[in-house]
Design a binder for this molecule. Structure first.
Ligand SMILES: [Fe+2]
Ligand SMILES: [Fe+2]
Length: 286
């Protein structure tokens, strides 16, 4: 279960490379033509990462991961312990990473706090990437990060590196290749299986403790085809549409807080301990 994926399954130096790619892609004011320069030649590691992701995220794969992790049997941990655990993912001495995991989480949540948003919104900022502990469970990068998309129905043309879906076995299942696939029109996203990754996992771990808009932020923050490109509206309910206002609000902080000054973690610790205690018991199931 904890088997380390082979090197060929891990094309990125570390999973933050995907986050950086996304941030570059949606840099404010960046045009569609610039975006297109991200091809295999310009960024072979990213392209290979997406190839593995698009080939491997089948409906069967997702259902299997939902079953494997959905009942939260990986043990009990406090939120603080999970954050410390996640921080072991990237070695501090890694010259390519200027921010630790906790620093990225805190930078996001501090930017939200500075704008005067409610405490649950700040909390969502602090929690949003904790699902990346999946890497430490031995999951390959392509099953932890990457823009998410529904499985069991046609892949939107707005998904980056769409051509790699040709390698996905679901491409040969006619039922999965219609716009709605196995779902009903406007059935609501809760009925829809998205590609497996850190979003769905942290949503499942925390959903009983945080308010609904925070659940949407955690669950759909990597669902760029929907929240950035307006795709998959035919599967969303009116309630999803309303809640996606929060997801869009959140996305700005995830993408654009990285340039801010490094958060002073020691000073901020009491604030976050209080915030976490307000919503969570001492330990929760992971
Ligand atoms: Fe994330
Ligand atoms: Fe993030």
């Amino acid at each position: 279960m904890n088997a380390t994926p082979s090197l060929t399954q891990q094309p990125l130096q570390h999973v933050e490379e995907w986050d950086d790619f996304i941030a570059g892609r949606y840099r404010e004011g960046k045009g569609e033509s610039e975006f297109r320069q991200y091809d295999r030649e310009a960024n072979p590691a990213i392209a290979e990462f997406y190839r593995l992701n698009h080939a491997g995220q089948t409906l069967d794969f997702v259902l299997g991961k939902e079953k494997q992790y959905g009942s939260l049997t990986r043990g009990k941990r406090s939120i603080g312990e999970a954050a410390d655990y996640l921080n072991t993912l990237v070695d501090d001495s890694d010259p390519d990473t200027d921010l630790s995991q906790i620093e990225h989480l805190t930078q996001t949540s501090e930017a939200i706090r500075k704008d005067g948003h409610p405490r649950w919104f700040v909390l969502a900022g602090f929690l949003h990437d904790l699902g990346k502990v999946l890497c430490l469970y031995g999951e390959p990068q392509w099953a932890v990060v990457g823009d998410t998309f529904p499985v069991g129905c046609a892949w939107s043309e707005t998904i980056v590196f769409h051509e790699y879906f040709a390698e996905n076995p679901d491409a040969r299942v006619a039922e999965y290749q219609t716009p709605c696939g196995i779902y009903e029109t406007q059935c609501g996203l809760d009925q829809v299986h998205l590609s497996w990754g850190h979003d769905e996992y942290i949503y499942r771990v925390t959903r009983q403790y945080v308010p609904e808009p925070a659940q949407y932020m955690l669950r759909y923050h990597s669902f760029y085809p929907a929240h950035r490109h307006g795709a998959y509206r035919h599967l969303m309910s009116a309630h999803d549409e309303a809640m996606f206002g929060w997801v869009e609000k959140f996305n700005r902080y995830d993408l654009y807080s990285k340039g801010a000054a490094k958060p002073k973690l020691q000073e901020l610790r009491p604030y976050y301990e209080d915030l976490i205690a307000e919503f969570f018991p001492a330990e929760i199931d992971w």
